[in-house]
Design a protein around this ligand. Structure first.
Ligand SMILES: [Zn+2]
Ligand SMILES: [Zn+2]
Length: 268
């Protein structure tokens, strides 16, 4: 890593390519480890808590079809993330702040808020007719599983992840926070597709801004609602929140009956 972080030294194109590929390989490896470990963890949790299943008739039978798309998706994610990080390490972006007690939380928070806005609008764009062909694959999962996060076209993956290519050029975020955000993004993406609501809490519903697993699950089952990522704010403000979202999430909170209310339609 230190060999990469040396902006004062001019490298040949061959050196640059080698350094980038080294970084890309490390990032890809970490993404694969996160995918497998988080996926298996949620499969374990799901098996232990069948009462938390969101769409009661759902099955896991699309798992291998969804995983078939994962290598391409992960390759694009690794490319975009490594590209932005590499540019920052080489000094080609605006100069990032050093990490300290205030720059870390501040820039991580700003970046997460910006990514949520980016995700919402890219997602709305993908639901417009000319662009939907790039998103249709992801919506084949009416009842998502933890493996559905990477069931996406390469174009969709690139449009979402281009954020990580761009953000180091406009936000002086310490590189450690970029890494933390990417890890959060990978885990939260899988959590949003887990199909089981393990973390129901009032923080995920009005008047609080956070989303939940139910939130994105309803995007898959009801299609034209809940486009956001970490927060429900854009959907609430722009009228795209699924009308029963808050009530459904509340039904999963502790001491509530297992049934989330009206059964959602499901597919495997
Ligand atoms: Zn969608
Ligand atoms: Zn999804």
């Amino acid at each position: 890593m230190m060999a990469i972080m040396n902006p004062g030294v001019a490298d040949s194109w061959l050196d640059l390519a080698g350094q980038f590929l080294s970084l890309y390989g490390v990032v890809l490896l970490v993404l694969v480890i996160v995918l497998v470990s988080v996926g298996l963890l949620f499969e374990f949790l799901n098996a232990r808590h069948p009462e938390r299943k969101i769409q009661k008739g759902r099955t896991n039978k699309r798992k291998w079809k969804e995983l078939y798309q994962a290598p391409g998706s992960l390759a694009i994610i690794a490319f975009c993330f490594s590209g932005g990080l590499f540019a920052q390490m080489k000094g080609w972006t605006i100069t990032p702040f050093d990490l300290n007690w205030w720059t870390g939380p501040l820039f991580l928070g700003v970046s997460v808020v910006l990514y949520d806005a980016w995700f919402y609008w890219v997602h709305r764009l993908l639901h417009c007719k000319p662009f939907y062909r790039f998103h249709a694959l992801h919506h084949k999962s009416l009842a998502p599983t933890v493996w559905s996060n990477h069931n996406e076209s390469l174009t969709e993956a690139f449009l979402n992840q281009a954020f990580y290519l761009i953000i180091p050029f406009i936000l002086p975020i310490p590189w450690q926070m970029l890494v933390l955000q990417k890890l959060y993004d990978q885990v939260s993406g899988m959590l949003g597709h887990a199909g089981f609501e393990h973390f129901a809490s009032p923080a995920g519903r009005a008047p609080f801004p956070l989303a939940s697993t139910v939130f994105h699950d309803q995007h898959h089952s009801h299609f034209a609602y809940n486009y956001g990522h970490t927060f429900s704010i854009w959907d609430r403000v722009l009228g795209t929140l699924y009308p029963k979202y808050d009530d459904t999430l509340a039904s999963f909170e502790a001491d509530k009956p297992a049934s989330p209310g009206k059964p959602e339609e499901s597919a495997g």
